[in-house]
Design a protein around this ligand. Structure first.
Ligand code: FES
Length: 236
């Protein structure tokens, strides 16, 4: 299918039909900060950090670039005063939730924010939803979700109890941009979401290499032979 031409900051850019402003900007090395966006997940558009200004049919407005589809003749501005002030406000609000995150501090510095003017509430989680989405969309498990609304909203296991559906793959912890999902391994146990998961030992080298529940999940879902995960990747 032929490409669509849009302009970003006055530059003509050829974009794939169906792609987003964010993707078009990234393909042209134009910086737009993001937090809830992840190429491996479905578009979400919750953090609003990626807002840009567009002009279409003589109408000017702000849109979230990670979910806004390109269209012929679209004019995009990523560096206007309005865009800058939205970015600053969003990152200041996110910094109140997690003033220590290296990722947030890096973005803040890049968009010209030294410190949030709002009072810290230090919740840690910024509610970008990447953990919930990777669990549901990529792993296919939905072990975690949201609880509460508004200010009390947080990511949790069902009824805040043990993570019964979790397979301890760690995807949520790895994907979290602000590192607030702890996962640790000690004495043959991986602990995540306050739940303990025994690890499988390799039958060749003895090394612990993955949670037994995760291996069972793959074996059952992909019809793998019973002994498929007897050995680690190095001994196979
Ligand atoms: Fe676009 Fe979060 S990155 S809304």
């Amino acid at each position: 299918m032929s490409k669509i031409t849009i302009t970003i900051n006055g530059r003509e850019i050829a974009a794939e039909p169906g792609s987003t402003i964010l993707r078009a900007a990234q393909s042209a090395n134009i910086y737009i900060p993001t937090l809830c966006h992840n190429e491996e997940l479905n578009p979400y558009g919750s953090c609003r950090l990626c807002m840009v200004e567009i002009t279409q049919k003589n109408r000017r407005r702000m849109v979230a670039s990670c979910i806004y589809e390109v269209a012929g003749g679209l004019e995009v501005q990523t560096e206007t005063d309005r865009v800058a002030s939205v970015r600053k406000l969003v990152i200041e609000l996110l910094l109140t939730r997690n003033p220590y995150s290296a990722t947030l501090k890096e973005i803040a510095a890049r968009v010209g924010v030294e410190k949030s003017l709002f009072e810290d509430d230090q919740k840690g989680c910024i509610l970008c939803g990447q953990c919930v989405r990777v669990c549901r969309e990529v792993v296919g498990v939905s072990a975690i979700g949201y609880k509460g609304r508004g200010f009390t909203r947080e990511v949790a296991t069902p009824f805040d109890g043990p993570a019964v559906d979790c397979i301890a793959c760690g995807s949520c912890s790895f994907i979290c941009p602000v590192d607030v999902i702890p996962m640790k391994e000690k004495d043959g146990i991986r602990t995540i979401w306050k739940t303990e998961f025994p690890l499988q030992n390799c039958k060749e080298c003895g090394r612990e290499f993955a949670p037994i529940k995760q291996l069972d999940y793959f074996r059952n879902n992909y019809n793998l032979p019973e002994n498929h995960f007897d050995t680690c990747i190095h001994c196979r």
